[in-house]
Design a protein around this ligand. Structure first.
Ligand code: FE2
Length: 229
């Protein structure tokens, strides 16, 4: 039995970001996703606070979603609308932040910067977590484990990308946070129509072993109330 049927993190909206240049790619992405038994996928286009604003982002996202919806057919996974919000100092005060949560939920996917994190970086995450959001930190496996130790002291949970399960060090890292019950989600972070890469996401779900059903359940809880396209 396949325990993971939800993909929490993906770039599949046509033209919304570099994940899909148009409907041809998005259509292939949906075919790949459904062929691997995934029933629900959260579309999380990048939101970069320094070069975008919430109103324009939402307009763009809904236009891209409209195009995708027009090509959807039976057997496709449910598509939910979210965002992958890059943490920049002070964005807790950004107007419209709540609209970047997965539509119909309080769940927001935050991405830490690849630059060095300062006290302000952590403070920003903490401030967002205190605003009533269910905060999920995107692909915590991508960063310095010492910094992640610090980050996970906050009231947030984690999302893993599949790559972490394909090295010994990565598996150890994932096991630590799975055992601690702090992994709420797994996502393919799908960019482009890569069937092999998507197979790795499914394999990663299996590699979670006994924790897969817990992660599937927490994703379900975080997404309850979300309306599919
Ligand atoms: Fe992503």
């Amino acid at each position: 039995m396949q325990l993971i049927t939800t993909d929490f993190h993906s770039h599949i909206l046509p033209g919304a970001d570099h994940g899909s240049e148009g409907i041809g790619t998005s259509r292939k992405q949906l075919d790949i996703v459904s062929s691997h038994g995934i029933k629900r996928i959260v579309a999380t286009p990048h939101f970069y606070p320094t070069s975008d604003n919430v109103k324009l982002f939402l307009e763009r996202r809904s236009e891209c979603a409209r195009v995708l919806k027009g090509s959807m057919r039976e057997g496709d996974p449910e598509v939910l609308l979210g965002a992958e919000v890059l943490i920049c100092d002070g964005i807790e005060r950004m107007e419209g932040l709540e609209a970047l949560a997965v539509e119909g939920t309080n769940c927001i996917l935050l991405e830490m910067p690849m630059t060095r994190w300062t006290g302000r970086t952590y403070d920003t995450v903490e401030a967002i977590a205190s605003m009533g959001f269910d905060v999920v930190m995107a692909h915590i496996d991508r960063y310095d484990p010492k910094q992640i130790d610090e980050l996970m002291r906050l009231d947030v949970s984690a999302q893993l990308n599949p790559g972490t399960f394909f090295s010994r060090k990565g598996r150890k890292f994932a096991a630590k946070w799975l055992e601690a019950g702090r992994v709420a989600a797994i996502g393919s972070d799908l960019h482009g129509a890569d069937d092999k890469g998507y197979g790795e996401f499914i394999d990663a779900g299996r590699a979670m072993g006994e924790y897969a059903s817990h992660v599937e359940k927490t994703m379900e809880e975080l997404l309850s109330g979300a309306k599919a396209l």
